[in-house]
Design a protein around this ligand. Structure first.
Ligand code: PNS
Length: 163
């Protein structure tokens, strides 16, 4: 039987409802979805450690039968090959995401032509949500409750203690 395994890679610092929405959509169309947290991110000082981020995703997705969580470093296409995955799933929220996503997809295709990038759009209500905005708004006392899973909200409160 022909099955499709896909990798949904990202920094996930932390998981948002936009990510979760995409995981649900992706899990409906592929047979196996591996949510993969990048270990060697160049995005600067993270708020949550990689194990904390992976744990939050695991908890938020534990009821999905075909979703697993992993961490990786190095090239995404190498990780995908190791995992015997045929596709990479990425979310596009707005046109502004497109250029970066297009470049990554083309570079990944150059590095490994056997791996396809699949783009999906999250629900409209999450099109402005990003981990970076969540952290910034939360640090300043803003309400982000509707934009992250409840367990992420709890971890944010515990982590950003000065609030
Ligand atoms: O959620 P993010 O931070 O936008 O995810 C970016 C990610 C993890 C998908 C990207 O940085 C990545 O794949 N990094 C691994 C290194 C790699 O393969 N680089 C070449 C891709 S152009």
């Amino acid at each position: 039987m022909h099955t499709v395994k896909a990798i949904y890679p990202g920094t996930f610092d932390p998981l948002t409802n936009g990510h979760l929405d995409l995981i649900m959509r992706g899990a409906k169309i592929v047979d196996e979805l591996v949510v993969a947290v990048l270990r060697n991110s160049e995005k600067g000082e993270p708020l949550f450690t990689v194990p904390e981020r992976a744990e939050m995703i695991r908890e938020a997705t534990h009821s999905f039968g075909n979703v697993t969580v992993a961490t990786f470093d190095g090239l995404l296409v190498d990780f995908a090959r190791e995992q015997k995955a045929k596709a990479v799933l990425r979310g596009i929220r707005a046109i502004s995401d497109y250029e970066y996503e297009f470049q990554m997809a083309m570079m990944n295709r150059k590095l490994n032509p056997d791996i396809e990038t699949l783009f999906m759009m999250p629900a409209e209500k999450y099109t402005y949500v990003s981990s970076r905005l969540i952290k910034g708004v939360f640090r300043l006392g803003g309400d982000v409750e509707a934009l992250v899973p409840p367990l992420v909200m709890e971890r944010l409160k515990a982590k950003v203690a000065f609030r």
